[in-house]
Design a protein around this ligand. Structure first.
Ligand code: FAD
Length: 321
């Protein structure tokens, strides 16, 4: 039996978080010893880009290229995924948690009569039941949820699965999800793309700045370090509130939640609301002139020093690598 993975794409490529969801699903079929991983992609994207779903563990991608689906209208996506679910005969849908996926999952759960668990952090325990571990209280604790429904939806948290990269290309098949005009009742008239070369929610490395940087004119050194590392830039909430940086860079409980391999925090105190957005990062480096800054307690590596001294030197050293 197939496990269906709802994948998202941007700039003509499958999002990394969706590739992780595919690898999670592959882990699931390997664990139960049955079935394969089928991904469903919606809207305009080249078949060659979709075939790369195979590298992460999918054997097939069902693609409805209807351009109206490119805008990510929630109701339409829920209907399209429900259609793919019925066509594959799958019992489980996996997706990477995102604001779009959260909205789609809730509607999909109604359409396919499924139990839904979000923020899943590891493969379900299927010994004599179906128990799913999920992250709660912005990463401060875990809960175990038992699913009793036959159909299931798992929305996984970033870094919940190790990305598989050695699979062969997936077979890409076009399908018609049969989405009705009434599913497009909400109309997206324009979308603003975040600035910068690397999108913050997807970034593997993030360099973030806080109020310790004193003003927007000092962000050049953050951008220089980010460019050197191929990283996205982020900031603390007050920094975007004051208007030093755009709101889409605001990281934390009330902003973007990131889970990069490396998070570098410069001149950020480490308030609990900021940590809530970064505590799934694999490695945290803190640069702060105050040795008592709370962020050091959450750091894997810390540099006590003046950012205006440390950051340029560190960037020069990285450039020399
Ligand atoms: P500050 O607390 O002012 O810290 C600045 C740091 O820079 C200090 O540690 C200082 O030692 C250091 N520093 C100063 N000069 C230098 C220098 N030259 N070199 C190196 N270090 C230096 N915050 C978020 O970030 N994200 C959120 O999502 C968020 N949500 C919130 C939700 C609620 C309901 C509330 C009440 C608050 C929220 N906050 C959030 C705000 C949060 O509580 C903190 O106020 C905020 O994170 C502090 O930002 P900061 O660390 O940039 O500034």
């Amino acid at each position: 039996m197939s496990v269906l993975v709802y994948i998202e794409h941007a700039d003509g490529q499958i999002k990394k978080t969706s590739l992780e969801a595919i690898s999670f699903a592959k882990g699931l079929v390997d664990k139960t010893g049955e079935g394969d991983v089928v991904a469903v992609a919606l809207g305009s994207i080249e078949s060659a880009a979709l075939a790369k779903a195979g590298s992460a563990g999918a054997s097939k991608v069902m693609h409805d290229p209807n351009d109206k689906l490119s805008a990510g209208v929630i109701q339409a996506h829920a209907s399209a995924v429900a259609s793919a679910f019925k066509q594959t005969g799958a019992k489980t849908v996996v997706m990477a948690k995102s604001s779009l996926a959260d909205a789609v999952a809730a509607r999909l759960a109604i359409k396919i009569n499924a139990g839904l668990v979000s923020n899943v952090v590891e493969l379900p325990n299927t010994d004599g039941g179906y128990t799913v571990k999920r992250s709660i209280y912005t990463g401060k604790a875990f809960a175990e949820t038992s699913l009793a429904t036959e159909n299931k939806i798992l929305a996984i948290k970033k870094n919940a699965a190790d990305l598989i990269t050695d699979g062969a290309d997936a077979q890409v098949e076009q399908f018609d999800a049969g989405v009705a005009d009434s599913d497009f009742a909400a109309k997206i008239t324009s979308t603003d793309r975040a600035t910068g070369d690397v999108l913050l929610p997807e970034a593997d490395i993030v360099v973030s700045g806080g109020r310790g940087l004193k003003g927007p004119e000092n962000w050049g050194m953050i951008e220089d370090m980010a460019k050197t590392l191929g990283a996205a830039t982020g900031c603390s909430k007050p920094v975007s509130d004051i208007g030093w940086r755009p709101h889409h860079e605001h990281v934390g409980q009330t902003g973007i939640k990131v889970a990069p391999s490396l998070y570098i925090a410069v001149g950020i105190s480490g308030a609990i609301q900021h940590l809530a957005g970064v505590n799934s990062s694999k490695c945290i480096v803190v640069i702060n002139k105050d040795p008592e800054a709370p962020f050091f307690k959450a750091a894997d590596y810390g540099i006590v020093g003046d950012a205006f001294d440390v950051v340029p030197k560190l960037t020069e050293a990285l450039k020399a690598e």
